[in-house]
Design a protein around this ligand. Structure first.
Ligand code: NAG
Ligand code: NAG
Length: 179
């Protein structure tokens, strides 16, 4: 009896590790939309595959009404069923408050530490220049999505909504597939 149970536990552990190892996250698309082109617009916004292991995204936002002292970012995760439906996460942060003390929010702080070397948003507000995310490598998401977070397979959409002075100015949608 004990041996049978023991064996069963090992089979489950083995299957689980195989499932974990074989799961893979791929970005499939990025879409950037300006909702107020007098305030800000996208100079570029794209995803590029150099080879199987090196993929990156680059985004440049032109700001026409600087300096900006109040920014909020909302991030919501969607999973595709018959259409995309909200899934698990919906978080809004006050970016200027967060940037004054990036240790104040551990999760955002962790992401920020990763992003900051690829972006010129890596300082406290105000922003009086165009915002650039340059060649942000995206394989790190693979590790986060497949090892740290136990996500089911499927198609996902991370929608980020960017607010300045509490008015929605831009939407950036990043699509990906976990297989
Ligand atoms: C992918 O491209 C990067 C950058 O050019 C290079 O450093 C890396 O060795 C390449 N990897 C493979 C597996 O070809
Ligand atoms: C996320 O939360 C905000 C504020 O509660 C809400 O307005 C928005 O519709 C939510 N988004 C999703 C995708 O559920």
């Amino acid at each position: 009896m004990f041996n049978k149970l023991n064996f069963l536990v090992w089979v489950v552990v083995l299957l689980y590790s195989i499932a974990e190892i074989s799961s893979k996250f791929e970005f499939t698309n990025i879409k950037c939309t300006s909702l107020d082109a007098k305030f800000s617009d996208f100079e570029y916004c794209y995803l590029r595959s150099i080879n199987r292991t090196y993929k990156y995204m680059s985004v440049k936002v032109n700001l026409f009404d600087t300096p900006i002292t109040k920014i909020k970012v909302n991030g919501a995760l969607y999973k595709r069923f018959s259409g995309y439906r909200p899934f698990m996460y919906n978080v809004t942060i006050d970016a200027c408050r967060f940037l004054r003390d990036t240790a104040s929010n551990p999760v955002a702080g962790y992401l920020f530490n990763f992003f900051k070397k690829y972006s010129n948003m890596n300082h406290a507000c105000p922003y009086d220049h165009d915002l650039i995310f340059e060649k942000l490598p995206i394989d790190f998401v693979n590790e986060q999505a497949t090892k740290v977070l136990p996500f089911p397979e499927g198609d996902y959409l991370l929608e980020t909504n960017w607010f300045a002075y509490d008015i929605k100015r831009a939407v950036v949608k990043v699509y990906g597939t976990l297989s």
